[in-house]
Design a binder for this molecule. Structure first.
Ligand code: NAD
Length: 298
């Protein structure tokens, strides 16, 4: 019998991830605070739910894809949270990017009730979510990670077991701190080339075959009209919001403070993304940091 999955949080990432579970043949019950996001999924074959608790009723697996730790803690641990409702042996998979301490707190509380939990943040962006090629970076017991495999495989192509509960979040935060540095660095290099008369497409091609090559340049170029179908060529709409990157850099700085790690580049990227958000760009894709460098030409 096919498993029933409750999917909570149908935003830029959760929407296409839930759609891929439907395509793979799972029975998927969906909920989001935004009714139109639920309707979009229903058109793709999911079952609408009136609340998170309605979606989770009799579910074998619950997946959440929410903005931050406070949303995840509230979904599971609040007075009316799912912890009071889920049957023992339900598998909870939180795919949101949140602080490791919140993941550990939720995991411990659920596991004390006999409910299995893994943290499984993702990498690969909205394009990866749509194509079903996400990378899952998982923390939790090996047995639970193995149980989650068929479900995660329907949404992604790489599944890494980083360690115990919370380890997925630590690895994800390391990755996103590096991503922010690469994005800001790529934006400033492209703008310097443009300021000196270079065509950004030609410069991108050159750097892609040279030692400056990186993921942002290859798949997510921040300069408009260099690549098709990326946020920069669509007015920086969709994708990964500046405010979510700002949140992740806050998590990186907190993590570094706890472990007494030195992160000058990550701290600089945090300041840049904070300023960019304060200038009114919080809802744009994070590649819009390019506008900070190109502003004098607006
Ligand atoms: P988003 O803001 O587009 O989506 C979040 C969704 O959660 C929204 O639709 C919102 O209505 C819903 N929501 C919030 N609280 C809710 C609740 N209590 N019950 C039900 N629904 C609720 O964000 P996103 O881009 O989809 O990102 C989600 C998570 O994935 C974040 O933690 C983000 O850091 C991470 N992430 C995003 C990307 C990306 O490229 N967008 C990539 C990797 C990881």
């Amino acid at each position: 019998m096919s498993q029933t999955i409750a999917f909570i949080g149908l935003g830029n990432m959760g929407g296409p991830m839930a759609a891929n579970l439907v395509k793979a043949g799972f029975s998927v019950k969906v909920f989001d605070l935004v009714a139109s996001s639920v309707e979009t999924l229903v058109k793709q074959g999911a079952l609408a739910s009136a609340s998170a608790s309605d979606a989770a009723k009799d579910a074998d697996v619950v997946i959440s894809m929410l903005p931050a730790g406070k949303h995840v803690k509230s979904l599971y641990l609040a007075d009316d949270g799912l912890i009071h409702q889920l049957a023992k042996n339900t598998l909870v998979i939180d795919c949101s990017t949140i602080d490791a301490a919140s993941a550990q707190e939720v995991g411990k509380a659920l596991e004390e009730q006999g409910i299995a939990f893994i943290d499984a943040p993702v990498s690969g962006g909205t394009a990866g979510a749509t194509a079903g090629t996400l990378t899952f970076i998982v923390g939790g017991d090996a047995e639970n990670v193995a149980r989650a495999h068929p479900v995660l495989s329907a949404m992604g192509k790489n599944i890494f077991h980083a360690g115990e509960t919370g380890a997925g979040q630590i690895a994800k935060i390391c990755n996103n701190m590096l991503l922010s540095v690469l994005m800001a660095g790529t934006a400033e290099a492209l703008q310097m080339g443009i300021d000196n008369g270079l065509d950004p497409k030609v410069l991108s091609d050159i750097m892609l075959q040279s030692s400056g090559r990186n993921w942002t340049l290859e798949l997510y170029n921040p300069c408009p009209d260099v690549l098709e179908n990326v946020p920069s060529s669509k007015g920086y709409q969709g994708g990964f919001m500046v405010d979510l990157m700002k949140k992740d850099l806050g998590l990186a700085v907190d993590t570094a403070n706890k472990s007494q790690s030195t992160i000058p580049m990550g701290s600089m990227a945090q300041s840049l993304y904070k300023l960019h958000s304060l200038a009114g760009n919080g809802q744009l894709d994070f590649s819009s940091i390019f506008k900070m460098y190109s502003a004098k030409q607006d």
